[in-house]
Design a protein around this ligand. Sequence first.
Ligand code: 5RP
Length: 239
Amino acid sequence: MNHPHTQADAVLSVSSLTQDELKAQVAQAALHYVVPGEVVGVGTGSTVNKFIDALATIKDRITGAVSSSAASTVRLQGLGIPVFDTNDVPRLAVYIDGADEIDGHGHMLKGGGAALTREKIVAAQSEQFVCIADASKLVQTLGKFPLPVEVIPMATRRLMAQFAAKGGTCRVRMQGDQPLITDNGQHILDVSGLHISNPLAFESEVSQWPGVVTVGVFAFQRAHVCLLGTADGVRTLRF
Ligand code: 5RP
């Protein structure tokens, strides 16, 4: 006998796919955006790790990858995918990366994996940014996730005051009892309490503060496509 779907059924079906499985779904779906014979731009993070694993299954169909972090480079090379220097591949057809938050315009908040600077560099030389994320990352307004900002350590104190004037509270990201050191030898500030209603203006302003290496708002390098993992399958958002 067929029962009408109840709220309990809905909860059951949502919880039947773990966040990990949702990430694996979008990672697999992203393979369709990889251009045969070309070099693909590869981001950083747990969703991208699943994409790299999927990419390895078609590695004989691509020339290789440009990587946005030391961690992704190790994983790519470990699976036999050649990694090229960004300066040797000035133009990429596609860049595939995750996000900590993405809004309805493709603006993203990134840097949870501390790789935001190199991610923005690779995104800037790519024609298409394909964001892969589970449904929990889709937001109305950026800022609930603490905003990562890569900074030159001697500017930390002043930058904390500048963010405080915007309502933000900063913490230096730690690794054990020491500040985390990025691939570029700098520190990360995680800024909570922000409500980023105009991502383009925010990115423009904060990027000019002396001592900011990269702010984790990706509005200028926004996503063109987002493959969103949902309980009902992969949703494709185009911006
Ligand atoms: C790394 C990033 C990641 O894309 C972001 O943190 C999402 O990671 P995950 O896929 O593990 O949720 O910006 O700097």
